[in-house]
Design a protein around this ligand. Structure first.
Ligand SMILES: *Cc1c(COP(=O)(O)O)cnc(C)c1O
Length: 362
């Protein structure tokens, strides 16, 4: 790595690809002859219009998004989507949620403010260390949508097989696995992702929504800004958007296309995560927290034999240049977030360090 950068295992905001950061630096003072930085640009200018159009076009190519889906760039990060989803999609006032960890719990709590929420499956019984079997769920006919968090950032579980929604609309929070593997968009009614985990700067969510879910007849309490239709009708330029984040995300979309798209990204992510999981599976001191079939390739929670030692490991890692390995405060232990932009060298170096720590400990 150049510029004395460290391997940053943060769960988010997280690492961005170095070639992208370099490009952004080169364009910082004068974006492509415009004489200004993207941060200084009018969002109504042709030069910014070109940036947002290109970002959308590249994302559409990357995910092969069908024409009957809108791509929206919405402010408010991930958390606002916990409210926007029920506000916009609860027609009958009923939704089904699958509870698989901290972020789906937050989504459930927020949705309850707007309607009747049924938790149709949960892995709370085993501390959210697996994805429940969702092949035969009991879903009421008048349920407006089924909601999942496709990768639980804190608990480290990932859906590898989507739930059988029996024809109901599927909504997925993809924040922490967005663009980490191929995704068949037509399986979903709505996909959303806060971008600071796997794409760019915080404060922006990408929403991919099937057109028939955009509604005219929203309850009057829904603010204009919180209607998906507002953003769709105005091509994400209803008000001043997060121009800077859109620009940076656009760079990352382009970068992913250039390296070979989502299949290549998935191949790299699998190889990268395998190095860490193989180590954890063979270690006497460390062990992964999640059942093997449902492990996340993005967020890897692990523990030692006791809490004190976990903290010691995190501190030793930090001193050695591996930052942000302390587990989330709600679950403790350790967590390595190894998103798209984490190079394989970073994971290998971490594993070498942990192996040596273990050898010295014994
Ligand atoms: C980080 C995260 C969020 C919340 O994102 P904010 O932008 O901080 O509001 C929601 N869902 C998942 C899965 C996340 O990882």
């Amino acid at each position: 790595m150049q510029h004395d950068r460290i391997f940053n295992f943060s769960a988010g905001p997280a690492m961005m690809p170095e070639p992208v950061l370099e490009e952004i630096r080169q364009e910082l003072m004068n974006y492509q002859g415009s004489g200004m930085c993207v941060m200084e640009m009018s969002h109504r200018s042709p030069v910014f219009q070109q940036i947002i159009d290109q970002a959308e076009a590249d994302l559409r190519r990357l995910m092969e998004i069908p024409d009957n889906y809108k791509v929206l760039f919405v402010q408010g990060g991930g958390t606002l989507q916990f409210a926007m989803v029920p506000m916009n999609l609860m027609k009958n006032g009923k939704a089904c949620y699958v509870e698989t960890g901290s972020w789906s719990k937050k989504a459930i709590a927020e949705a309850k403010k707007y309607g009747e929420v049924t938790v149709i499956a949960s892995s709370a019984d085993k501390n959210f260390t697996y994805i429940p079997d969702c092949s035969q769920l009991d879903i009421p006919d008048d349920c407006d949508y089924v909601y999942i968090c496709e990768n639980e950032t804190i608990n480290g579980v990932t859906w590898n097989q989507l739930p059988n929604t029996k024809g109901h609309v599927l909504v997925a929070d993809q924040s922490s696995l967005f663009l980490s593997r191929p995704c068949k968009v037509s399986d979903y009614g709505l996909i959303w992702a806060g971008v600071q985990k796997n794409v760019g700067p915080a404060g922006l969510a990408v929403v991919i929504i099937r057109e028939d879910l955009l509604r005219e007849d929203l309850p009057t309490y829904v603010p204009t800004y919180l209607s998906y239709k507002t953003h769709a009708d105005n091509s994400s330029l209803y008000n001043t958007p997060n121009c800077w984040a859109i620009y940076c995300c656009g760079k990352v979309f382009r970068y992913l296309l250039e390296i070979g798209g989502l299949e290549e990204m998935a191949r790299r992510n699998e190889a990268k995560a395998k190095i860490l999981y193989d180590f954890l599976d063979h270690s006497q001191l460390f062990r992964g927290a999640v059942v093997p079939g449902d492990r996340s390739l993005m967020n890897v929670p692990f523990v030692t034999v006791d809490k004190e030692l976990d903290l010691q490991v995190a501190a030793a890692c930090k001193a050695a240049g591996f930052d942000n390995l302390k587990g989330h405060k709600s679950v403790g232990g350790l967590r390595a977030s190894i998103y798209n932009a984490m190079p394989v060298e970073g994971v290998q170096a971490l594993v070498d360090f942990l192996r040596e720590f273990e050898a010295n400990y014994r």
